[in-house]
Design a protein around this ligand. Sequence first.
Ligand code: DCP
Ligand code: MG
Ligand code: MN
Length: 356
Amino acid sequence: GTKDKSADAQNPNARTIEILQSMCDYYERINDNWRTIAYRKAINTLRRQTVKVTAEEEAYRLPNIGRRLAAKIEEIACTNKLRRLEYANDEPLDQVLEVFLKIYDVGTSRANKWISQGFRTLDDLLNKADLAPNQRIGIEHYEDLNTRIPREEVAALFAYVQREAAQADPAVELLVGGSYRRGSESSGDIDIIVTKKGTNSSAELVPFLEELVAVLTRKGFLVATLAALHSYRPGKDGPGSKLLGCCVLPPDPADHDKGDAPRRPTWRRIDFLLVPESEYGAALIYFTGNDIFNRSLRLLACKKGMRLNQKGLFKEVMRGKNRVKVAEGELLEGRDEKRIFELLGVKWREPWERWC
Ligand code: DCP
Ligand code: MG
Ligand code: MN
């Protein structure tokens, strides 16, 4: 508050406190909580000093001041400024944050951590940051993965997958869900729902998926696997079984014959979602979306004493004291999309009518 500030002005370490406070504000702005707290503690220590602290060693001996902060205190005392603060302040950080947040699977905390480490561009990250393999893919294919996929290309990519899938197992059925099923002219990714008659667990579809992935990889269609998540808990909520990856449309040999320069195909995000027939209707609803429509359906189910997730529509679980489950909710419907709407008492909505 203002009282602190007038007290700081009298303090022999006023200038140091002022600059450390700016750094503290900066770290607070970028949500670097750990450093914000460290700076706050160091400032409080300096406030209690009656003589000016000028040497690193001297600062380091004080409570709550680490090696690096001690070095900064010396820098400020000697030069009256801090280089770190100068470049922290003249960067348009919101723009950097915006760029980093568009990297595949990067959230605010990861992006802010990179910013606090001094990285400002995608090249900084590629050259200097310690990147996980998927982060590297996200940066190396940044433009591609941030480009929406035209509807005709989704159809062409799907046709390719479907041809290979039929070779691997003709009884398996595939469908494109997500924004494509809702009729969008372009999609952020391709969501392929995989099912087979007579299946009761997604585990039964895993060998098929493994074979399909091997073939698609060998043929140059699947160019990266970002994650393969398998959880088999029939009736339970959870991530389900899915494989997230990147794909490209392999070059058409006919183009080569025409003597055209080989095009560099655009990397596209593709998701394979394994769904047993017993859960197909609920999964169709979930993976068709959109997410807001899903949330409103779930809320409605809840209001009617039911529970809807990507595996089925259930009677709400009985809960006793402390909301401990007494009995597992009974499955009302899983396989039939239309039947789930009926049980919810909602008029049937075509996929292209499900935008909220
Ligand atoms: N979904 C959801 N809640 C989330 C994420 C997804 O309900 N937090 C459901 C609804 C989505 C579907 O999964 O429609 C597919 O997820 P996508 O992220 O692929 O979203 P869309 O396909 O709808 O849009 P996009 O064109 O961006 O891929
Ligand atoms: Mg999608
Ligand atoms: Mn998706």
